[in-house]
Design a binder for this molecule. Structure first.
Ligand code: 48H
Length: 269
């Protein structure tokens, strides 16, 4: 066999096997931002079958750019143990006790590596364009290639079935929006709808990101800025402790919820 052909065959075979194994999941995650990457790592470590579908070529979401493209971010004491568990370095800030700076590129790459090496699969350049909604429940995702979406090509998508769907799409809460607009579901918020993100208030936004992390409809969870937008929390700028803690919290909530019901389309392990 020519080496040129062997390389192409190997790539097609191993990608196809990876995608086929991910067509039925315990947890399907939309977006590969920091909150979702922590959730994916924790869920995979717990033995669950989990995959992230990320629109961009590089997962990591808003981590890379730091604050206004100065590639440093801030994390507070309460989330430092999560950074440590990924082996990501941080330095205490002189004059701001309890806060630490870290390199945003190290954070993005460290979270991605941690999630993948725990067993989570990441499909990059794939966009989630819809949900699977059957018998009053969110059952999975509808996926397509980002270039197909960007070029507006009329190409039908494929589906992924999952016991839980996690909206980790950040500020726009894309999946929660889709679910309310197309499936007309009522969310577990004050109004039953999306309350919308409020302006900047660092400490309130950090606390509410974690508080607002929950199951908003049977089978549909939100974390990070998506949760904050859904339940009307403040934004916080380039401080990421709340995102990490949100990912940790949603992984725990999903694990508890899945213990109560069988996995979609397959026998429970
Ligand atoms: C596939 C999608 C889709 C889709 C979106 O925004 P993120 O970084 O996510 P979080 O919530 O973990 O982190 C938020 C943080 O980065 C941030 O913005 C902060 C702290 N802001 C504070 C402030 O004051 O502004 O990542 C979301 C990811 C991105 O990579 C998107 O490309 C991806 O989701 N995504 N992927 N299909 N339909 N929608």
């Amino acid at each position: 066999m020519l080496i040129e052909n062997a390389i192409s065959s190997a790539i097609v075979r191993s990608f196809s096997a990876k995608l086929e194994k991910s067509l039925i999941l315990d947890v399907a995650i939309v977006g590969g931002g920091p909150s979702a990457l922590v959730a994916a790592r924790d869920l995979a470590k717990a033995g669950l079958k989990v995959a992230i579908f990320e629109r961009k070529l590089a997962p990591g979401g808003g981590t890379w750019g730091g604050g206004m493209l100065f590639n440093e971010v801030v994390v507070q004491d309460s989330a430092v143990s999560i950074l440590d568990s990924f082996g990501i370095h941080h330095e205490p800030i002189k004059g701001a006790r309890g806060y630490h700076t870290l390199d945003s590129v190290e954070m993005a790459s460290g979270l991605i590596y941690g999630a993948v090496s725990a067993g989570a699969k990441i499909f990059n350049a794939m966009s989630v364009e819809d949900i699977v909604f059957k018998e009053g429940k969110v059952n999975g995702l509808v996926i397509n290639w980002t270039p197909v979406e960007r070029l507006g090509m009329h190409v039908d998508p494929l589906t992924v079935i999952s016991s839980a769907v996690l909206d980790g799409t950040g500020h726009p809460s894309e999946i929660i929006h889709l679910a309310t607009e197309k499936a007309h579901i009522k969310l577990s918020t004050e109004t039953g709808g999306i309350l919308g993100e409020k302006p900047m208030w660092v400490d309130s936004g950090e606390a509410s990101t974690v508080e607002n992390t929950r199951e908003y409809f049977p089978g549909l969870f939100a974390c990070g800025m998506s949760a904050n937008n859904t339940a009307g929390g403040y934004r916080m700028g380039p401080i990421f402790g709340g995102m990490l803690l949100s990912g940790q919290k949603v992984a725990k909530l999903i694990r508890e919820s899945l213990k109560k019901k069988p996995a979609s389309g397959k026998k429970k392990k």
